[in-house]
Design a protein around this ligand. Sequence first.
Ligand code: HEM
Length: 312
Amino acid sequence: MASASFLGLLVLVALASGASAQLSPTFYDTSCPNALSTIRTAVNAAVAQEARMGASLLRLHFHDCFVQGCDASVLLNDTNGEQSAGPNVGSLRGFGVIDNIKAQVEALCPQTVSCADILTVAARDSVVALGGPSWTVLLGRRDSTSSFPNQANTDLPAPQSSLRNLIDAFGNKTLSATDMVALSGAHTIGQAQCTNFRDHITESNINPAFAASLRTSCPATGGDTNLAPLDVTTPNTFDNAYYNNLLSQRGLLHSDQELFNNGSTDSTVRNFASNAAAFSSAFTTAMVKMANIQPLTGTQGQIRRLCWRVNS
Ligand code: HEM
């Protein structure tokens, strides 16, 4: 009886640790020992050339993981695939950087390192390259053989989302409200297009001086693709300024300001604004959780030779 309940406990522990139990930080140590340093060098070079690329790679990883898990499905350039879905079309960037890293890694170790792992590591290295915290990435994901445009449309949160929508969208991916607030801190880097923040400029919960400055680049009509930094204070540094911006009603997107708008996440925003270490810790924890969403492992999927298409 005692051993049966012990076995039950073991099964429970195994279930609770989920798919990440099959991922490991040392996955390529023997099969491709230079994979991680190759990815880091290439990300550093890309970010040195254009700081925003770090932001674009981080977003690419988020948009991969929220759609059928972190399986590199977002990298497939199928006609009518994920890349053409509403949240992605005309705004995802960084595919060329990933293709270039993949070519270098393939030259070292053919068909060994997945595109999904390359993207996961590149996201971490991007955060570090822009001055943010580091963390250990678990490895061993495999690549999908198809793209999921419908899920991209339903599962990726829109900038018009309410706090309730945001909490639900992340909850659907087993991420808590605190994880959601921490991950939104990724908006401490990168840019958004006018079409995504135009409506927020005229809302009541935006700082008037900030709104006026945005109007010059984002008029009521036209200029849809004009850019503004998501973090008006330090756009190329991964820090906690994003949360301080929210305290002064200088969130760029409606969805950003929703996190500090007299709701249940106000106290978390205040905490991350005043305590950089608390933000770093919550962000890295949530990034590991996000990277563990539904990975393909073992013999599932494939290791693509080229990240933009399935193996023929
Ligand atoms: C909370 C829900 C979120 C919403 C509604 C949202 C929405 C958006 C939108 C609309 C843009 C601008 C796209 C454009 O105009 O081209 C953007 C950019 C960005 N997002 Fe998010 N996002 C969210 C969460 C996240 C998360 C979880 C991450 C990563 C962990 C992330 C990382 C980024 C980055 C780094 C950029 C800038 C990309 C660049 O400059 O190329 N976002 N996001």
